[in-house]
Design a binder for this molecule. Structure first.
Ligand code: GAP
Length: 455
């Protein structure tokens, strides 16, 4: 796929400060701080009208590429709450911890794995230079919750710390109720909850967030081949939706970084003002999950090959990424303040892929005081609304209306002018190049659909 019919975006445009995105998101209704009127809650956000559209598009495009276009992949949607034993079996109760040290002087708290080596060795606070506590304290990230109403008889469990656990729990049901045979995969998009000790950087590290997972079940002898397939597929997928291709890379985990369930892992990373950071993890989970759930539940989760009759615990390739991190990275990737050649205010534009842009088209009458222009523009808008997200706008001059749409990434603007009333044509202006073409109204739906629908 290619980015819009646009000029290539120069890859050395400066990295965008997170604050610019936070401000745009609030101003234009993408993201709001949760419970803001009560002072907010760190690491929890709500999505506004445009945020919901963008998120839905991102999710739908992932689902289409992972589930709908793969005959050997199906989807599920699991609950956020599970039996507490799940988290013992998964290893999270024991291992899902952050090790933290406090500074004796300024009292700031740091994650040991985030401290520069020098500070760690010298027990020196990176903030004030004071002395750090010698012994780190250990915090479990699982969020506890309770089921039942009778005090003393309530069951403690956890909000899911990683969404993928439902896939292992439903694996046997999917196998029995669908016609899948190994190798096959199960996908899910769903919320996960972590008591992150250092939430921050807007959507990057939250306490409630959404993950998309594929768990692909294979015979051990085919692990290598499928691991390579999905690693490449996911890397290419991310590459296809960004402008700054050189800001994407894939990096192998060192043995000291591996999560408790992973035998090998790669991160798809994206470069922002935060440096190179994980966007998605590709994990070689081997037989850890199904073996552990077999052991803890007492249910046999082994697979019998229908032809060879070989019985084995399937191995798993996992691809696990964040919907919110995708949302944030896409905005950081797309945001640009283009200098105005006439020296006026810069043009703020989101170069979002048209497939993902929250609003696909905006329709304007050239003037507000001409009834025929308004009627025609509204009728075009109504027709387009049945096919895609369309906005009608007749406030302010055309330049201002373009600017408003550029700022939210609308790829096409349609203007109804006096010529329209004569020949039933309109101008379509493209966001990135700012070029305009004149096309018949009758061809408009197809013209736009071809450009805003993924294929
Ligand atoms: N099942 C494997 C797993 O959960 P992970 O690396 O902990 O692996 C996968 O999480 C993805 O979820 C990350 O690559 C990231 O995109 C997203 N993610 C993890 N923690 C997050 C947080 N606190 N806030 C937002 N996104 C997060």
């Amino acid at each position: 796929m290619t980015q819009t019919e646009n000029k290539p975006l120069v890859s050395d445009t400066p990295l965008v400060p997170i604050e610019k995105i936070v401000s745009l998101c609030k101003r234009r209704g993408f993201v709001y701080p949760n419970s803001e009127i009560y002072g907010g809650v760190a690491g929890i956000y709500d999505f506004g009208p445009l945020g919901v559209e963008l998120r839905n598009n991102i999710r739908r495009y992932w689902w289409w590429s992972m589930v709908q276009t793969h005959d050997n992949v199906v989807g599920i949607e699991g609950a956020n709450i599970t039996h507490p034993r799940v988290w013992e079996a998964s290893g999270h109760v024991e291992n899902f911890v952050d090790r933290l040290v406090d500074c004796k002087k300024c009292k700031q708290r740091f994650r040991v794995d985030h401290l520069p080596a020098e500070n760690l060795e010298q027990h020196k606070c990176p903030n004030c230079g004071g002395e750090l506590m010698a012994e780190p304290r250990v915090f479990n990230l699982l969020m506890e919750t309770y089921l039942g109403v009778v005090e003393g008889d309530r069951m403690k469990t956890y909000l899911r710390g990683e969404a993928c656990q439902n896939i292992y729990l439903d694996y046997d049901n999917v196998l029995k109720s669908s016609r899948m045979q190994i190798p096959f995969g199960i996908c899910q998009i769903g919320k996960a909850y972590r008591n992150e000790v250092t939430p921050g950087n807007f959507l990057f590290r939250q306490r409630e967030f959404e993950q998309w997972d594929l768990q692909f079940f294979v015979h051990p002898s085919e692990m290598e081949q499928w691991f390579e397939y999905w690693k490449q597929y996911r890397f290419d997928w991310y590459k296809s939706i960004i402008n700054h291709k050189d800001r994407l890379r894939i990096r192998a985990h060192g043995t000291d970084e591996l999560a408790h369930y992973a035998k090998q892992a790669f991160d798809v990373e994206y470069h922002t003002v935060l440096g190179w950071q994980e966007w998605e993890g590709i994990h070689w989970r081997q037989d850890w999950d199904l073996s552990r759930h077999s052991q803890f539940s007492g249910q046999d989760l082994s697979y019998t090959d229908p032809i060879t009759k070989e019985r084995y615990i399937p191995w798993i390739v996992e691809t696990s990424g964040g919907v919110d991190r995708t949302f944030l990275n896409l905005l950081l990737d797309a945001y640009e303040e283009e200098p105005d050649p006439a020296g006026k205010e810069p043009r703020t534009v989101l170069h979002l892929h048209p497939w993902l842009a929250p609003v696909k088209v905006a329709v304007f009458p050239l003037q507000k005081n001409k009834e025929e222009l308004i009627t025609t523009a509204k009728s075009i808008h109504r027709n387009l609304q049945r096919l895609m997200v369309s906005q009608y706008d007749d406030i302010g001059n055309i330049g201002r209306r373009y600017r408003r749409q550029d700022e939210i990434g609308t790829p096409y603007c349609v203007t109804v002018d006096f010529q329209t009333l004569d020949d039933q044509t309109v101008t379509v202006r493209e966001r990135d190049q700012m070029t305009q073409v004149r096309i018949p109204i009758s061809e408009l739906p197809m013209y736009l659909l071809e450009r805003v629908t993924w294929k």
